[in-house]
Design a protein. Structure first.
Length: 477
């Protein structure tokens, strides 16, 4: 039996709640995937790294059997420009002079490559929206039959006046939202009503037949349909960026209730956005950095480290200085691992007191709504305490082995550390000087030993004395 100590902030209830899955030991998890019309940017990277972190903590640390479903939106869903008949896939077709299938195939593969580079584990199921239109039509039929939607001139609208909790997720004032409607649709009963099925227009990239005529599904209906289809009904967690509060997830919940009588997921988890110069990083604004461009300057591990330095709900501001700081912290962690590997190999069980103490502290930080900054602070406290024990030669081999085992467990969630033992090729002349120094130390000729150490340092190598003997490291230039 898995102990329920994890608390997640549920956007639906606006509070932290103890995580209790529907089925003991199992988690159904749905996350919003990309619309594949251009290369993914660093903002997407941050969202999917956070998605991966949540999933890995549930799996690798908590021991849940997680079924993760994440969609691919591979046709031009309804956007804010929907009433003008414009969609993003259509724009990409015109921009690149390619077919819709060529566009979506290329950028789906591009997304997969980027995620692999960033060590983001693929979902268990990755349904394409274009392959689930029949199921979406069935969902829309249910919503109409239950009295939550109406048909006008070949378009199906959700009637928000029939759903009393509309606006609860986002907390938006619906009266103000009505006034902000940029495009007025005369077919709507209420300004906030939204499209479930759109009548075909020349600007649409795709077209399907339906009981209401030719057209295409609205954006939100795909997630209502595919989450339920592939997770077998109501499920545990639904995640996405905070930009999905409204309208996407607000409308998704309304659809779920209209069709099935529930809101779908028990926990709605939202990740903060990535900003650049104080503005949301966005393809539509053109102020974005592609994942490939970011990876030319920083490693996947450094990008992940930078992401976890901020709480998942907060806005993360992009700057190369912040990424360099993350690199420095990561270097400190990996240097610590190398020191431990000089002493021992990871053990099978974490039994020593110091490792168990920090295991508990790390878990407590992560149990508090996935507080990764606090979890990293725990990790650096561990490094400080253990480094002192190494320096005063009080760290046992068993403790070193257990700490390495703990670090490996932490890294199963974060995926930032390097456990490859560093092999230093020491030149023969440096080796001879090390032997001379050891002889001087044995004779208690400390002055000569220090002179040799300084000489070796000038040659680009650093000597560190430990209980296990002398360690020689190349000084990074």
């Amino acid at each position: 039996m898995i102990e329920m100590t994890l608390k997640l902030f549920n956007t639906w209830s606006k509070k932290k709640e103890i995580f209790k899955p529907i089925k003991p030991g199992k988690v159904g998890y749905y996350s919003c995937g990309p619309t594949v019309y251009s290369s993914s940017h660093l903002g997407h990277a941050v969202t999917y790294i956070r998605t991966d972190m949540l999933k890995q903590f549930l799996k690798k640390w908590k021991g849940f059997a997680v079924k993760h479903v994440q969609n691919i939106t591979d046709f031009g869903h309804m956007t804010s420009d929907a009433d003008e008949g414009i969609d993003k896939i259509k724009k990409a077709m015109e921009r690149e002079r390619k077919t819709a299938e060529e566009i979506t195939k290329f950028y789906t593969e591009d997304f997969h490559r980027a995620m692999k580079k960033l060590k983001v584990e693929p979902p268990d199921v990755e349904p394409k929206a274009s392959e689930n239109v029949d199921a979406m039509i069935e969902t829309i039929k249910k919503i109409i039959e239950n009295g939550y939607a109406y048909v006008k001139d070949g378009t199906v609208y959700f009637d928000v006046s029939k759903y009393k909790d509309y606006g609860k997720l986002s907390g938006k004032n619906m009266k103000e939202q009505e006034e902000q409607q940029r495009v007025k649709d005369p077919n709507k009963k209420n300004p906030n009503d939204f499209v479930l099925w759109a009548k075909h227009k020349p600007g649409h990239s795709h077209v399907w037949n339906s009981p209401w005529g030719k057209g295409m599904p609205g954006w939100h209906i795909e997630c209502s349909t595919m989450s339920r289809k592939y997770l077998g009904g109501d499920f545990d967690i639904h995640s996405g960026g905070v930009d999905h509060y409204f309208p996407h997830h607000e409308n998704e919940i309304a659809q779920n209730y209209g069709a099935f009588g529930t809101i779908g997921a028990n926990y709605w988890v939202h990740f903060g956005l990535l900003s650049i110069n104080g503005e949301k990083m966005s393809k539509s604004k053109g102020n974005f950095i592609t994942i490939d461009a970011a990876l030319e300057k920083f490693s996947p591990e450094e990008i992940r480290m930078w992401t976890f330095s901020s709480h998942y709900k907060s806005t993360l501001d992009y700057s190369e200085d912040n990424l360099r700081k993350a690199k420095e912290k990561l270097d400190k962690i990996n240097k610590f691992i190398q020191r431990l590997l000089e002493i021992a190999e990871p053990s099978e069980k974490i039994e020593s007191d110091i490792a168990k103490k920090y295991h508990k502290k790390f878990e407590a930080a992560m149990d508090d709504d996935l507080n990764t900054p606090q979890a990293l602070a725990v990790l650096f406290d561990l490094i400080t305490e253990v480094n002192k024990k190494i320096e005063n030669r009080s760290l046992t081999k068993k403790e070193a082995a257990d700490i390495l085992s703990l670090l490996k467990k932490i890294d199963s969630v974060f995926k930032i550390m390097n456990f490859e033992k560093e092999i230093i090729k020491i030149p023969e002349d440096v080796k001879k000087l090390i032997e001379e120094r050891e002889k001087a130390r044995a004779e208690k000729n400390w002055e000569k030993a220090d002179e040799i150490r300084d000489k070796i340092r000038k040659m680009g190598y650093l000597l560190e004395d430990s209980e296990q003997g002398v360690r020689c490291k190349k000084i990074k230039q």
